[in-house]
Design a protein around this ligand. Sequence first.
Ligand code: CMP
Length: 225
Amino acid sequence: MDDDVVLSAPLFATMEREETARLFESMTQIELARGEVLFREGEPGDRLYVIGEGKIKLGRRSNDGRENLLSILGPGEMFGELSLFDPGPRTATASAVSEAVVHELGHQQLVAWIETHPGVATHMLNALARRLRRTNETLADLVFSDVPGRVAKALLDLSHRFGETTDEGLRVAHDLTQEELAQLVGASRETVNKALADFAARGWVRREGRAVVLLDLERLERRAR
Ligand code: CMP
């Protein structure tokens, strides 16, 4: 595992390496198989998680069974903090998109950590503020942007987290099925598929199963605006 990625999480920011290592060691490590659910929306929860390896999806389900994905998170990112800071049920279901390793921290441990290291709170607020900013943008896109625009934006967003530079372009191994990609964009699988096929026909992307290579970032960025 890449400890450095985990130790760069907001939870550990600006801390002395030894202290950080001690907290990290006190966290419980949980291994998840693809598709495994860590916790469900509505359950009580008082634990925070930091991703060590793999990808975690956060999703909500409507009363009629439709699913919407709020976010796909990768190594170094945290989740589960909402029910911890604002005691109440989990606001989303967390499950593994790929094999994953997460590190769990309990409420008492976190409170003690923040009390002795107030700087950590600033970093966590920063991460929460970034998340709210992004959520507001997604909300506006759902109202103001068309599906191809949202698909372009989702691909660019995933590329910031999971993109790898190759000779051909930016390869994004998102590990999502077509259905999951559609749930992330908030549209039907058919419409999302059509947008992707159109991008591929224009030479902006190349599709590769559960990955996509972004060939023309400039055009995609323009389409995402
Ligand atoms: P919690 O409510 O404890 O459990 C579900 C978690 O999903 C939540 O904490 C946040 O960490 C995360 N989450 C909820 N909403 C969003 C969002 N809009 N964007 C990213 N992560 C979210």
